[in-house]
Every structure is written in C-alpha cells, then in structure tokens.
Design a protein around this ligand. Structure first.
Ligand code: GDP
Length: 339
C-alpha cells in the first residue's frame, strides 16, 4: 500500500483525548485525520467513545463540502476518472479533495477498491488530496456508518469536495446515494446493448452519466451511447428537485472533457440551492441516518445478547422444520430479549 494512501493501525498506539485529534484535524494534519478515522472505524469500545467525542467536536465545522458519489462497474474507469477529476480540482481550482470508498466486499478481497498502490498515484501524492480506502467492517451497515462519519471529519479538516467511490454491483449504490449531494454514474459504450450493463434502478439515481473511454476508435460509439442514455433518461419520472440528469462523454485516460463535470455540478448546486432542495436533501439524509443508526444499534444489541445467542440457532431450526411458525418463534425471542 502506498504511503500516501491514508490508513493507519492503532493497535499498539496510545489513544489521545478527543481534543488532540480535533486540533490536528482542524490544522489540516492528514496523519492525525487518518488516526481519527481509524478510531471511527474501530469496534473497540474505548475507540468508539473517543470517536464519538471527536465527531461531536467536528460537527460544527462540517457540512461545507459538496459530496459526490461515483459509481460504475469494475473496469469502467472510476479510479482513472477520480484521479483526473481530483487533479483538476486541486490544481486548477485550488480545492481540497478527499476520496473515500465504500466497498462492502473489501474484507474478503482485502481491499478491492483503493487497495492497489498503482491507483491514483498522482492525486494521492498531492498535498491537498486525501485518499482513504474502504473500511473493512464487513457488514454494509457498519461500513456505511463509518464512511458517513468520516465525511464529517474530512469536512472539518477543510476538504471542499468529497468523492465517494463505490463498485457498481448493487446495494452499496443506494447507501452511497443516501450520503451524497450528487451522484455520478460512469459507463462505457457497449456493442448495441447500452442499457444492459447496469441496473435500471442505478441509472434512475444518477444526476449525471458520463460515458468514459470516449477516445480512439471509441468516440463514435460513445456519442451514440450518449444519445441512447439521454433518450432513456427521458422515460424516467422527473426528479422532485427539478434537476434534469445530464449525459456527456469523456476520456479519463486522456483527461479529455473532464471539465464538463465541473459545469454540470455547478449548475446542479445553483439550481438546488435556489429551490432549497440541496438543504432539504441533507436534512432528509440526516433523518435517515438517525433512523438507520438506531436500528443498527438495536439489531446489534439483540443479536449480541447472550440469551438470544443461546436460543437463536435451535429456534431457527424448529422454524425451518415447520415445528413452530416463524412469527411465533420471533415473538418468543423478542419476549426473551425484553424480559
Ligand atoms: P475502475 O475499476 O472502474 O476503477 O477502472 P480503472 O480506472 O482501474 O480503469 C480500468 C482500465 O480502463 C485501466 O486499464 C484504465 O487504464 C482504462 N481506462 C480508464 N479510463 C479510460 C479511458 O478514458 N480511455 C481508455 N481507453 N481507457 C481507460
């Protein structure tokens, strides 16, 4: 792993008081930011306590970034695109950019996104960029919660653009959509089956579709695909916020037409600020995360309860064998938990 990809292990380190991390984060110290994120990702009770305090301290300084989700099937060019787009942000627009990832499979595959040191080498060595691999908490709920909190820490550290990368293979898109302001879908032109490669539901969530690899022999095909996606998006119900999803082509590899995304996002922010839907969306997301955190915590309490653990497997078996109804069995467990 590149030394610029910020992941640190705390095992043998001393844990400092929350104020130490807060001061470090505020002053833009990336090592301390990384350590704080590791605490946020940890399931150790002591770490959790400090992490909570750090988040509490950072909260008043958070919220001032644009949060952008980036998805697409493996190989579409996400990391190449993020590198190109990120560099244009840090170099041409003097922005500070944080790149986070959500990959619920990263524990099994030992970091299938952002784990590879060859990815985003230029961006990761830029002083105004911060790149963080996916937490490997296993369950998507835990990974998502940690990422959500990490966004707040990065904002407190002064990052103006937060890019959240996820693999285009299912549930994780919905999770990312629920924590970003703007959702970008990267695609490539296929051979006549433009709409087959990606689930319709994911297309419906997109605020922009960029058809990548529009270079060399591929330019014509990409332009054709652009037209097809434009037509397809017309068939979807209009967005409540009044935004019409945009479709464009680009070449991440040649850094061509990357700027189109700056324009699209500027337009998006202007529109959603003028009709207040930007803020409304964040409020809705905050409520969603409040509910989500409670239900995750309750689930954990339930399944980690020794009484429940003792009964669950045998009760499950009797349900499968048809000896007791699933509802009755569930009630039995819940009553056991309550008493
Ligand atoms: P990811 O899995 O979505 O992150 O995709 P990568 O960024 O790792 O890219 C997958 C492959 O596609 C790599 O070999 C890239 O060099 C290549 N690639 C990415 N963007 C472009 C592009 O715009 N044009 C061409 N021709 N190749 C690209």
């Amino acid at each position: 792993m590149s030394k610029h990809i910020h992941k640190v292990h705390l095992k043998s380190r001393t844990i400092h008081p929350a104020a130490y991390y807060f001061e470090g984060i505020k002053s833009g110290n990336r090592t301390i930011l990384s350590e704080a994120i590791t605490l946020v990702e940890s399931t150790n009770i002591e770490h959790e306590k400090v992490a909570e305090d750090i988040i509490e301290l950072c909260l008043p300084l958070s919220g001032n970034s644009i949060r952008i989700g980036v998805t697409g099937i493996p190989g579409v060019g996400k990391s190449t695109f993020i590198e190109a787009f990120g560099l244009s942000l840090v170099e041409e627009q003097q922005k500070k950019v944080a790149v986070l990832a959500i990959d619920p499979s990263s524990e099994k595959s030992k970091g299938s996104i952002l784990g590879d040191k060859t990815r985003m080498t230029q961006l990761s060595s830029h002083q105004n960029a911060f790149i963080r691999p996916s937490p490997s908490a296993g369950k998507l709920g835990g990974v998502a919660e940690a990422t959500r909190e990490t966004i707040l820490l990065c904002e407190a550290a002064g990052y103006d653009v937060i890019l959240i990368e996820t693999v285009g293979v299912g549930q994780s898109e919905i999770t990312v959509k629920s924590m970003v302001d703007f959702f970008l879908l990267l695609m490539i032109a296929g051979a006549g089956d433009e709409l087959q490669g990606i689930k319709r539901g994911i297309m419906e969530m997109a605020d922009a579709i960029l058809i990548n690899k529009a270079d060399g022999d591929n330019v014509k095909k990409a332009e054709l695909a652009q037209q097809e996606y434009k037509n397809a998006l017309h068939l979807f119900p209009p967005n409540k916020n009044g935004w019409i999803p945009q479709v464009a082509t680009c070449s991440a590899l040649n850094k061509e037409n990357i700027d189109v995304l700056h324009e699209i996002i500027d337009q998006f922010v202007r529109l959603t600020n003028s009709n207040n839907s930007f803020k409304e969306n964040r409020k809705k997301q905050a409520k969603f995360w409040f509910d989500e955190t409670i239900s995750n915590a309750i689930k954990n309490l339930f399944y980690n309860d020794p009484k429940i653990k003792g009964e669950l497997i045998s009760l499950e078996r009797t349900v499968i064998e048809g000896e007791i109804s699933p509802f009755k069995a569930a009630k039995k467990l819940i009553n056991l938990f309550k008493n």
